[in-house]
Design a protein around this ligand. Structure first.
Ligand code: M6R
Length: 610
């Protein structure tokens, strides 16, 4: 989604801002713009499309100056166009703003401002902020106070950066529901919507809380609340380094991140498994251990890929920890009347830790008295800070819009959680040991699957001509089928649908013909025979079948047209391996269709609007 970068210091601001915008590209966007404070006022450049187009646009303009802001826009109000691209300005062109989020009362504010003579140049909700600041400045003659006064009139969400020609060498940043991080350098300071564009310059950062604003000059910073209380909070050191956010020899982040799977499993497990004792030590859950032991019910909330991980988690926790679990889309949860009490544990799963739907569902669950636990990848993210307790994924930065390695880490955390809760309840030592041992085996088993990458690539060549695909799975790999289909839709734009194998005969089977191939999860597990029957039903209707099967299985090839084998593991852990060929298949299908898997159209890496 939208991204913000700002710089104030001694260096030329433009190259730093453009570099930052490049690093924010992974969030998904449709246009980009910059505003730089030069000796003769603030100059801007905007372009629809890629940051590279903006960089080209900047070449012809004199955008010299040591302070500025930049923005990548993902359209919500007003289509992608130059006039809707940020930074936006006021009537006097003295105040420039870059905004992430949605101003819910913008229409009302726009009407009020129009009545007193303001003219608007864009269709965006964001532009009202610049005009409100213009208005307030006339009274306060102080940028900080003018921004503060403008923000008090807004309803909705914002992550904001403001510069003004009336007070050069100064950036004001503010946050309400959309993340803002401040970076500190030597004689220079930065602002951004996440840490990634700042990592090449500094690792000393401070995350603003909702309702806080910061004023940055080259030498100093202050943080205060909208009610003007000074906030004293120390900066933190961000451990990720900039190199981890590079492609490292791979052609795409998507491929790099899929191939990181085995490392991710090791990192997620590190220091957490006591294999001999069949136990999982999860430090972040210590404060709620009694609640976990006595809880009557678990609800898992998540969106997209994280939702699929939650579905696998439901099966793991019910089977091995013996506790009732329900899984719900975070986006539905708060709009109905979920029955929750203090004996309910709500688990929120989110890679980014910023997904607005998940965040609002967490707030609703807390209001209703539940204990909320987070499974989050991004350290210090809003969700990580708002939950009562949590487990970090340790998957490292995931740049591709397609969530791949984060999914692997979510499943591993859920398996750890199953051991953790299960051993407090009904799980025997031997079962705990068995799961722990199998978890440790997963990295090398996953490496083996990568040996099939060439084969999967050639299958993708064969299947790229189809416009529709069915993904079929059952029990633990029911969710794997949906996740495989989601990957294909997101990146290759082939229409792919997940379906529970048992459900197929209740409707979906009507779609099957020779133009509608099926990817079937046919592992040698407790539903193997049922899956083989389903495959035969598809073959009987001339449907082509590509099966994911267990190494050594001689039978499946008799029914399926194409097979990729994966090593045997515990049924509950099989989704961790089974999704890998599906991720690779989606990646290669996307390349076959000459599309960019890292940046699919219309999608954003972190969805910070509801
Ligand atoms: O950051 P989150 O895990 O909360 O994001 C949830 C979904 O938006 C995300 O998984 C989305 O579905 C991905 N694009 C999937 O590849």
């Amino acid at each position: 989604m939208c991204g913000i970068i700002g710089y104030v210091g001694k260096k030329e601001a433009l190259p730093i801002i453009l570099d930052g915008l490049h690093r924010l590209e992974y969030r998904g966007y449709d246009s980009a713009g910059v505003a730089v404070q030069s000796s003769v006022g603030i100059k801007t450049a905007r372009a629809v499309g890629k940051v590279a187009a903006l960089a080209e646009r900047c070449e012809g303009k004199s955008l010299a100056g040591t302070a500025g802001i930049g923005h990548t826009r993902w359209a919500t109000h007003g289509k992608p166009s130059e006039k809707n691209t940020h930074p936006h300005t006021d009537c006097t062109k003295s105040f420039f703003i870059a905004h992430n989020g949605i101003i819910e009362n913008f229409q009302e504010l726009k009407e009020q401002l129009s009545k007193i003579g303001h003219t608007f140049k864009s269709e965006t909700d964001s532009e009202v902020i610049a005009h409100l600041i213009e208005d307030a400045y006339k009274k306060t003659l102080n940028l900080e106070q003018a921004v503060q006064s403008a923000l008090r009139k807004l309803r909705g969400t914002y992550g904001l950066a403001v510069i003004s020609s009336l007070e050069p060498e100064r950036i004001i940043a503010a946050r309400m529901g959309s993340p803002i991080v401040i970076g500190f350098g030597e004689g220079e300071n930065f602002v951004a919507s996440d840490a990634s564009p700042l990592l090449s310059y500094t690792r000393t950062m401070l995350y603003l809380e909702d309702g806080e604003m910061a004023t940055l000059t080259p030498q100093a910073h202050t943080v205060r609340t909208l009610n003007d209380k000074i906030v004293m909070r120390s900066a933190e050191m961000i451990e990720w380094d900039a190199n981890k956010i590079q492609k490292g020899g791979f052609s795409h982040f998507t491929l790099k991140e899929i191939m990181e799977g085995p490392k991710v499993i090791e990192n997620t497990l590190r220091g957490r498994l006591i294999a001999e004792g069949g136990l999982a030590r999860l430090g972040g859950l210590q404060t709620i251990s009694e609640k976990l032991r006595t809880a009557k019910r678990i609800i898992i909330i998540a969106c997209g890929t994280a939702f699929h991980a939650a579905q696998v988690g439901e099966y793991m926790l019910e089977e091995y920890a013996g506790i009732p679990v329900e899984v719900e889309f975070a986006s539905e949860f708060r709009y109905r009347k979920p029955i929750i009490n203090s004996e309910t544990i709500v688990i929120a799963i989110s890679q980014s830790g910023e997904t607005a739907d998940t965040l609002e569902a967490i707030r609703e669950a807390k209001r209703k008295g539940a204990t909320v636990l987070g499974i989050v990848n991004i350290v210090g993210s809003t969700i990580a800070r708002e939950v009562d307790a949590g487990v970090y994924n340790h998957a490292g930065p995931e740049v591709s819009v397609l969530s791949t390695k984060a999914y692997i880490s979510q499943l591993v955390v859920l398996a750890l959680l199953t051991i953790h809760i299960g051993r407090e309840r009904q799980m025997s030592l031997s079962v705990g040991r068995r799961i722990a041992k199998e978890l440790q085996e997963l990295p090398k088993k996953m490496e083996k699957i990568f040996e099939s990458a060439k084969n999967i690539k050639s299958l993708a060549k064969k299947y790229a001509k189809y416009e529709h695909m069915l993904y079929l799975g059952r029990k633990y790999n029911f969710a794997t089928a949906f996740e495989g289909a989601l990957k294909v839709k997101e990146a290759s734009y082939i229409h792919a649908e997940g379906c529970g194998a048992g459900e197929m005969k209740h409707g979906f089977i009507a779609m099957i013909d020779k133009e509608f191939p099926t990817v079937a999860m046919a592992l040698q597990d407790s539903v193997y025979d049922k899956m083989l029957s389903n495959i035969q039903e598809i073959k009987a209707r001339s449907g082509r079948v590509f099966a994911i099967a267990t190494e050594g299985d001689k039978k499946v090839a008799k029914f399926a047209d194409d097979v990729v084998f994966i090593p045997q593991t515990l049924e509950m852990l099989s989704p961790i391996l089974a999704v890998i060929p599906l991720q690779l298949f989606a990646y290669y299908l996307t390349l076959e269709r000459n599309l960019d898997p890292d940046r699919p159209r219309n999608l954003a890496k972190s969805v910070t609007v509801e």
